[in-house]
Design a protein around this ligand. Structure first.
Ligand code: SF4
Length: 307
């Protein structure tokens, strides 16, 4: 069952404009609008949108409307926009209670969250939210390298990333971290891969999701690219970076490459499938060097992210 933006009239129901690929079939529920940080240099998602918390009664009304429309068919729910944990724990608990009483067959409720917000939130609040039924947090790590985190203005240090991850796991959440392949550009791919593996190894998240960075118009890094100050990674660099990241990982996570922009469809459980994934990367790298048509295909693929 796909519950998209067209099933309900827009003026009646407020949809989050973005959701993780894994939430394609979920009911989308908006509890905030925009991003309270809105400074990451690679991100154009909520530019021009003023951040606001939605009125609690309006959110509860949206749940009632969705219930009327979808009856009790909803199995998974995604809560947007970019950082729902900025809400007070008690408000989120009310929203979650209404969701579960309206949709008794719900099996999973997930949300985006910022690491810094998790790191600052009392563990008791995180536990309360988890126990009310928010099961999984999708968090942008992007990179674990200190210099790059600063350069992209992510607003969190490697230590804060680690603190947030461990705290969220301690509270009970499934933790899903996003890594942005290519965010170090052509020059800093190695430190990006090593620093990212280092942070991931200290968290051991349930999911590591990679996507490939292509500068988007209306972002600081796009401007830097246009002015020649940022040199996007070549496909070969991205492949080498991915291989190094895999090699350095000492985790028990699911490794997923579930975005259309990615060059290689890598999926596997670590550490069991680590060697097989590294072998696949070696084969693809060899193919890339030997086969012109593969090089062309990969170059074209990198632009699919604009779709
Ligand atoms: S990447 Fe996330 S935290 Fe950063 S500006 Fe975009 S939405 Fe906000």
């Amino acid at each position: 069952m796909t519950i998209g933006r067209f099933g309900l009239r827009r003026r009646d129901y407020d949809f989050p404009p973005f959701r993780p690929p894994s939430e394609a079939n979920s009911l989308l529920l908006r509890v905030t609008r925009g991003c309270p940080w809105n400074r990451c240099s690679f991100c154009s998602m909520y530019k021009g949108m003023k951040f606001e918390r939605r009125d609690l009664d309006e959110v509860l009304e949206d749940i009632s409307m969705a219930r009327e429309y979808y009856s009790d068919q909803v199995r998974t729910v995604f809560i947007g926009d970019s950082n729902s944990l900025v809400l007070k724990a008690d408000d989120l608990v009310k929203i979650l209670n209404r969701l579960y009483s309206s949709f008794p067959h719900v099996e999973r409720v997930t949300s985006y969250a910022r690491a810094k917000t998790i790191a600052k939130k009392p563990i008791e609040d995180l536990r309360k939210i988890y126990e009310a039924g928010l099961n999984r947090l999708h968090v942008g790590l992007e990179t674990g390298d200190r210099e790059l985190l600063k350069e992209i203005d992510k607003g969190a240090t490697p230590e804060e990333m680690v603190e947030a991850g461990n705290k969220a796991k301690e509270a009970g959440f499934e933790y899903s971290l996003y890594v942005l392949l290519g965010i170090g550009g052509q020059e800093k791919w190695e430190q990006h891969a090593r620093g990212t593996a280092d942070v991931l190894n200290q968290i051991d998240p349930h999911f590591i999701r990679v996507r490939t960075f292509i500068p988007q118009p209306n972002s600081v890094l796009y401007e830097a690219m246009e002015e020649g100050r940022f040199h996007p990674s070549s496909p070969e660099t991205i492949l080498k970076e991915t291989r190094l990241l895999l090699k350095e990982l000492e985790v028990t996570s699911q490794f997923l490459s579930d975005h259309i922009s990615n060059l290689v469809p890598l999926h596997g459980k670590l550490p069991e499938e680590k060697e097989a994934m590294i072998r696949l990367m070696d084969e693809v790298l060899k193919g890339y060097q030997d086969d012109e048509s593969l090089r062309e295909e990969m170059e074209a693929r990198r632009h699919l992210t604009n779709l």
